[in-house]
Design a protein around this ligand. Structure first.
Ligand code: TMP
Length: 236
């Protein structure tokens, strides 16, 4: 696999072309942003944690029948993935109240839901990623009705698999954000990443936050939280 020109640089990753028109290389950075890029910083070692954890979780999900973009891990920070057209929706699943849910509805964090919830945000920085319902997403041609049904089913499946997996590591999967893409053949696959940047992880016994909220909320111990999640997953 030959790495070619940079195609794109996002807030946390760079994407490079390869000699295969259907594959790209993703390179994970230590850069961290929050609140639409208004808050900027560095989380030392984050790129390595997110790359390795995301790849490992995607392989677990593949075994459980969830199609993902993952092809091959190249190094600590670089992975070959299927080239996809990203569906411009952030798909958020919640098991426990936290973050914008708690804020929007005026409830405390930590309420355990009887059933997981799902919501979509329109991925659009200029508009600050507004909440969007599935009818509006179809009206805007962000995805077809069928694609949205498929995305919902895949997102709940991801939750079922990962919630159990993390509980086994002594971690509550509070909520998380997924992104999906269309491959060249028009297949919907799980894309982007699953990491402490995109999930809320709380220790099962102490509710200690082990994710990017420590950065968003200036809580300190950010690198240690990423390291701790790495240790839980890989036992390092
Ligand atoms: P929220 O409570 O702020 O809406 O976040 C819900 C989940 O989505 C949480 O696990 C963090 C994740 N998330 C992202 O991955 N990217 C984002 O831009 C935002 C706002 C949240």
């Amino acid at each position: 696999m030959e790495k070619r020109e940079q195609l794109y640089e996002g807030k946390a990753k760079k994407v490079f072309a390869t000699d295969d028109k259907n594959a790209v290389i993703v390179s994970y950075k230590d850069d961290a942003t929050a609140f639409d890029g208004a808050k900027k910083g560095t989380i030392v070692g984050k790129g390595v944690v997110n790359n390795k954890m995301s790849n490992f979780l995607m392989q677990i999900l593949e075994k459980q029948g969830v199609k993902t973009h993952f092809i091959e891990e190249l190094s600590d920070r670089e992975t070959v993935v299927k080239k996809v057209e990203i569906v411009p929706l952030e798909v958020i699943i919640r098991n426990i109240s936290a973050g914008s849910f708690a804020r929007n509805y005026g409830v405390e964090e930590g309420i355990v839901f009887a059933e997981p919830t799902i919501e979509f945000s329109y991925k659009n920085d200029d508009l600050h990623d507004p909440l969007i319902n599935s009818y509006h997403a179809v009206a805007l041609k962000l995805a077809t009705k069928e694609e949205i049904e498929q995305i919902k089913a895949m997102a709940f499946k991801v939750n079922a698999v990962l919630k159990d997996y993390f509980l086994g590591l002594g971690v509550k999967l509070v909520d998380f954000k997924l992104e999906f893409g269309r491959t060249a053949d028009g297949e919907i696959v799980l894309a982007d990443e699953i990491s402490p940047d995109t999930c809320r992880f709380w220790d099962k016994d102490t509710n200690e936050k082990l994710d990017k909220d420590r950065f968003r909320r200036d809580m300190g111990g950010v690198e240690d939280a990423y390291k701790e999640m790495m240790k839980r997953v890989f036992g390092e």
